[in-house]
Design a protein around this ligand. Structure first.
Ligand SMILES: [Zn+2]
Length: 134
């Protein structure tokens, strides 16, 4: 692990900044305040059929936030779900997950109806908050 990556890993002692799981190989460096990478839709013919895909242009909309102070260690699922959200928007998205699951998943509704799932109406607290970071 290079020095910069090690410094980011050490911010949490090897835990995901958000959910607190132990980081595994392939963990992500998340921009706490998103930098918003620019991508463009391009036509792709690499597999013999025409399709479209998004390609990162290498630009970002807020390059001043691409600093080690703004980078935190994250598990891939948290980083990918957080996407371009800031922390408060990420929290709101997580809080809506049970309502979305209830609306869209018969499996969720069945499990809830038979008492296999109990939804807690509590605020989402990130690992870094319950561990006194920032
Ligand atoms: Zn996580």
């Amino acid at each position: 692990m290079n020095k910069k990556r090690q410094a980011i890993f050490d911010k949490s002692g090897g835990r995901c900044w958000y959910c607190g799981c132990e980081l595994q190989k392939g963990w992500h460096q998340d921009h706490l305040e998103p930098i918003i990478r620019v991508s463009e839709l391009v036509r792709d013919h690499s597999n013999g059929q025409f399709s479209h895909k998004y390609v990162n242009t290498g630009e970002c909309r807020r390059p001043h936030l691409d600093t080690i102070d703004n980078l935190v260690p994250s598990c891939p699922p948290c980083n990918l779900f957080k996407s371009t959200f800031n922390v408060e928007a990420f929290r709101l998205e997580i809080q809506e997950q049970t309502d979305r699951a209830r609306e869209t998943s018969v499996n969720f509704r069945t499990a809830e109806r038979f008492g296999l799932i109990t939804v807690k109406k509590e605020p989402v607290v990130f690992w870094f908050e319950s561990n006194g970071m920032r």
